[in-house]
Write a protein that binds this ligand. Structure first.
Ligand code: ZN
Ligand code: ZN
Length: 407
C-alpha cells in the first residue's frame, strides 16, 4: 500500500502537474486527506519545487457553514481568496487538487444558498478560472477515498472494507500497481493524442447521437475546432494532464448548434447532491427543458446561474469498453464517471481551436464558444450509443457504434 501511495503521489506530481524545478506548487486537499497531501508535497520537492503551498478545507465544516452561516455571507467572497489564486496563476505555479468528496455532502442544504455561493465564488474567481481553462498554468485533479464516498460506492460492503475497495478501484483506474505508472501514462498520452489527430482530420460539421434510452441529439462543431486528449501544454511550456484518471477525447460545440434530446446515463453529484435520471431538451443550443427524478431543484438552480449555463461547453468521447467503464462501478464522482462514459458539459467551454493562441477572446466567442460561471459534465454514454459525424461535403461517417469507436 505504501508503495502504491508513493507511486500515485509521484504520478500526480510528474505527469498530472508536471512540476518543474523552481516552480511554486499549490496543493488543495480536505483535512482528512492531509496524509496524502504530504506525500504529494514531498514528491513536488523531489521534482525541484520552489515551495509547496497548502490549502486545506474540512468537509464537515463546509456543510456546517452552508447550514448555519449568516445569509449575507453567501453573496460575498473575501478579497484574499481571488488574490491568492490570481497571484499563483500569474507566477505560473502548478496547481494540484486532491479531492475526496462525499457525493451527498450538502444534502438538505437550501439550493438557494448553494446557488448564491456559486455565483459569488464563480464571479470572484472568473479571471483565475478563465486562465485555468485556457491552460495558462499547469493544473491537475486527482481523488483519494473518504469514508462517506467509499460507503456510497460500495453500500453492501462492511464499512471496515469499503476504503480498501475504493482505493483498489482508484489504483486500477489510474494504472498504479502494474509497472511504472509514469511510463504507462506517457505511452497513454501518445495513443490518445493519435486518436484525437484522426478525429481532427475529418473536420466534422455535426455529430448525431442516438441510443435506446431515447437520446437523439445533433451537435454542431465550430470552425477550427480541435479535438484534444490528455497531455496538454501549459502556458509555462510543460505538458500536463488535467484529470487523473482520464480516458476522454474532447472538443467544444458551437454554442447555438445543439438540437434534440439527451438522456443522462448515470446520476450526477452536483454541489453535494445527487441528480438522477436527467433528460435535457435543446433548441438552438439552449437547454429549454430539463427533467430529473431527484435533485431537479439543484440542477435548475445551476442552469439559472447565468445565460451561458443553459448552453453546452464540452463534447467528450469515451468508449463503452474502456478501463474504468469495464470495472462496472458507479463512482458518484464525475472525475471517474465521466471517464467511463461519453459526456457533455453545460456551461463554459474550453477554448479548443487549432488557432486559439492567435485569436482574441471576442473572436472565439463569435465562433460559438460558450462562456459561463459554471462547467458541469453529465454522462450520456451507453453500450448502444451510436454517433455519426457529417463532414462539410455531406458525407456521413460512423464515429461510434455499439458504444465504441469505429474510426
Ligand atoms: Zn470531460
Ligand atoms: Zn468537463
Amino acid at each position: 500500500m505504501q508503495q502504491h501511495l508513493q507511486d500515485y503521489a509521484r504520478l500526480i506530481v510528474q505527469v498530472g502537474a508536471n512540476v518543474q524545478g523552481g516552480q511554486a506548487v499549490v496543493v488543495s486537499a480536505a483535512t482528512d486527506s492531509a496524509y496524502f497531501a504530504r506525500l504529494v508535497a514531498e514528491e513536488a520537492y523531489n521534482a525541484g519545487a520552489k515551495e509547496v503551498v497548502s490549502r486545506f478545507y474540512d468537509e464537515a465544516l463546509q456543510r456546517l457553514h452552508y447550514l448555519r452561516a449568516d445569509e449575507a455571507v453567501f453573496d460575498e467572497v473575501p478579497r484574499w481568496i481571488p488574490a491568492f489564486y490570481d497571484e499563483y496563476a500569474e507566477q505560473g505555479a502548478a496547481v494540484i487538487h486532491i479531492t475526496a468528496s462525499n457525493p451527498e455532502l450538502l444534502m438538505g442544504v437550501s439550493p438557494d444558498r448553494i446557488q448564491r455561493a456559486n455565483i459569488a465564488r464563480g464571479t470572484a474567481l472568473k479571471s483565475y478560472s478563465d486562465q485555468q481553462m485556457a491552460n495558462a498554468f499547469p493544473w491537475t485533479i486527482a481523488a483519494i477515498p473518504s469514508e462517506a464516498w467509499a460507503s456510497k460506492v460500495f453500500p453492501d460492503t462492511p464499512i471496515s472494507e469499503t476504503m480498501a475497495q475504493l482505493w483498489a478501484a482508484i489504483f486500477k483506474a489510474v494504472h498504479i500497481g502494474t509497472g511504472d505508472p509514469v511510463a504507462i501514462w506517457r505511452e497513454k498520452i501518445k495513443t490518445m493524442s493519435a486518436r484525437a489527430d484522426m478525429l481532427n482530420e475529418y473536420r466534422f460539421q455535426t455529430l448525431h447521437y442516438q441510443n435506446s434510452l431515447g437520446t437523439d441529439l445533433t451537435l454542431r462543431l465550430p470552425e477550427e475546432h480541435q479535438w484534444v486528449a490528455c497531455g496538454e501544454r501549459a502556458g509555462t511550456g510543460a505538458e500536463f494532464v488535467a484529470n487523473i484518471p482520464t480516458e476522454e477525447l474532447f472538443v467544444l460545440p458551437d454554442k447555438y448548434g445543439t438540437e434534440g434530446v439527451a438522456y443522462a446515463s448515470m446520476p450526477l453529484s452536483l454541489n453535494g447532491n445527487l441528480v438522477e435520471d436527467m433528460k435535457f431538451t435543446f433548441e438552438a443550443g439552449k437547454i429549454v427543458k430539463v427533467e430529473a427524478t431527484s435533485g431537479l431543484e439543484h440542477l435548475e438552480k445551476e442552469l439559472d446561474i447565468d445565460e451561458g449555463a443553459r448552453y453546452l461547453g464540452e463534447i467528450a468521447l469515451v468508449p463503452y469498453q474502456s478501463p474504468i467503464s469495464e470495472m462496472g462501478i458507479l463512482f458518484y464522482n464525475t472525475l471517474f464517471d465521466e471517464n467511463a462514459s461519453c459526456h457533455l458539459a453545460f456551461g463554459k467551454a474550453y477554448p479548443k481551436f487549432r488557432d486559439s493562441q492567435e485569436r482574441t477572446e471576442e473572436e472565439l466567442l463569435a465562433r460559438g464558444m460558450n462562456d459561463s460561471l459554471v462547467h458541469v459534465d453529465f454522462m450520456i454514454g451507453t453500450e448502444d450509443l451510436s454517433i455519426t459525424g457529417v463532414t462539410s461535403d455531406g458525407a456521413e461517417v460512423p464515429v461510434f457504434q455499439g458504444g465504441n469507436f469505429v474510426i
